[in-house]
Write a protein that binds this ligand. Sequence first.
Ligand code: NAD
Length: 508
Amino acid sequence: MAANLQAVAQAIPTVKLFIDGQFVESKTTEWKDVVNPATQQVLARVPFATADELERAIAAAEKAYRHWRTTPVGARKRVMLKFQEVVRRDMKKLAACLTAEQGKTLADAEGDVFRGLEVVEHACSVGSLQMGEHLEQVAGGVDVYAIRQPIGVCAGITPFNFPAMIPLWMFPMAIVSGNTFVLKPSEQDPMTPMLLAELALEAGVPPGVLNIVHGGKLAVDTLCTHPVIQAVSFVGSTAVGHHVYNLASTHGKRAQCMMGAKNHAVVLPDASKDHSLNALVGAGFGAAGQRCMAISVGVLVGEAQRWIPDIVEKAKSLKVSAGTEPGADLGPLISKNALARVTSLIEAGVKEGAKLELDGRGLRVPGYPDGNFVGPTVFSGVKPGMHIYKEEIFGPVLCLVGVDTLDEAIAFVNANPFGNGTGIFTQSGAAARKFQYEVDAGQVGINVPIPVPVPYFSFTGSRGSKLGDLGPYGKQAVQFYTQVKTVTARWFDDAATAGRVHTTISLK
Ligand code: NAD
C-alpha cells in the first residue's frame, strides 16, 4: 500500500526551482499539492525550498547583477521585446495552465496574461523611462544631472489570484532597468509563473537575472531579511503584507505592499441602468470575486435602491462552472479552505441580520461534483459592523447598502479603512467630478467598474490597501527599482581662474 502511494506521488510532476538559468529539482522534504479547484485533480507537487536553495537563488541573482547592470539599455530592451513576443505567442498555453491551477475562466485567464503583457510592452520603453535629468549652468561652469541606476537584487512575492499578471507587474520592470530578481509566487498556483520563466529564458534573459523559488513563510522571511536583497515588492493579503513590510523595512530594504480591499461602487438613480448593473454584477462576481479590485459593496443611492431585484436577476443569470466550460461566467474558489471561509462568512451575514437576497451556497455544478463552487450571493441591508462588511470575503458575494444622498455615499466609502478602488455610476458630470474629488480611494472608476490603470500609469491603491508610497508597475515601478544619483560637475580649462579658497557651501 505504502509502495503504491509512493508510486502515485512519483507519477505526479514536480514544480522545479529556477536558479541561475536552470530548472532544478528541490531537495526539500516539504511538498504541497497543486490542485485543480474545479476537479480536485492533483496537477503537480510544489516544493517548499530549503534554506540552502533560497541562498543559492539569491547568490545567483547577486552574481548575475554584476554583468546585467553593465548590459546596455538597448540590449536589455531587446530581451524584453523578445519576451513580449513569446508571451503573446503562448497566450493560449499560459491561459490553459492558469485556468487549470487557478480556476478562472479561459477568457479571464487570457485577460490575466494580457494585463501582464501590457506591462512587458511598457517595459520595452525603458530607454525613456529610465532617462535622467540634466540642468546646465546651475552656477558658473557647473552642471547638475540625475542618473537612475538599478539598485541590485530585488524580490517579489505574489498571491494566487493573478498568477501571470502580478509576477509580470514586477520582474519585467525590475530587470529591464538593470536589476536581478528572485520571485516567490503563490504556492497555490506556481505553474504559470514557471511557464513565464521558460519564456524568459527563451527570450534571452541571462542566467541568474530571474530566479524563482517556491515556498511559504521561510522563503518570504528569507527574502525580507537577506542582506543582499535591496527591495521587496509584495502583493497579497493585508495580514501578510504588514508582516512583509515590517520585516523588509526594518532590514533596510525598500518595500511596497499591495494588500486587501473592500471596493465600493456607488450607483446614482440617474445612472444608465442596464450598463451600470451589468458592470456591478460583472465586477462583483467575475473571477468568483477573487480580485483585489472586485466590487464587493454596492452603495445604492435614493431611487437606485429599487434596483435590487434587477441586480439579483442579473446575478442569477451567470453560469458557474469549471473555467474550461464554454459560456462559464465564473469558476470555483481556489481551495477547500477558501470555500469553507466564504461559506462561513455568508452564514455570519445571515446571523447578523443582513437580508440574503440570493444564496450561492451548496451549489451543484453538473460534471464537477468536487469543485469549490459558490454561486453568486447577494445581501441587502448590510451594515458596517457586520463581518460580511468588515472582512474582505474574496468570494462571489455582493453586499448592498442603501443611502439617501451622494454625500452620504461618499462618507460611507471614506469610513471604510481600505482604499484600493471605488467607482461611481451616473450620467451627471458634476456628481462624478464631486465623487472623484472627495472620495478617499486610490483608484476611481467613472462608469468603469474595475479601474485598474494601464501601465503608462501605475497601480495606485491607497490607505489600508497599501504600504509604501510607490506602486508595482508603470512610472512608479521605475522609481521603485532605481536609485537616483545626482552629479554636480565642473570642468576647469584655465588654471589662472582658480582664485582663492572658498569655505561657503554656495556654488560660485
Ligand atoms: P496571501 O497573503 O495568503 O499570500 C500572498 C503571498 O504571501 C504568497 O506568496 C504566500 O505564499 C505568502 N504567504 C502566505 N502566508 C504567509 C505567511 N504567514 N508568512 C509569509 N508569507 C506568507 O494572499 P493570497 O490569498 O494569495 O491572495 C489574496 C489576497 O491578495 C487578497 O487579500 C487580495 O486582496 C490581495 N491582492 C491584492 C492586490 C492589490 O493589488 N492590492 C492584488 C491581488 C491580490
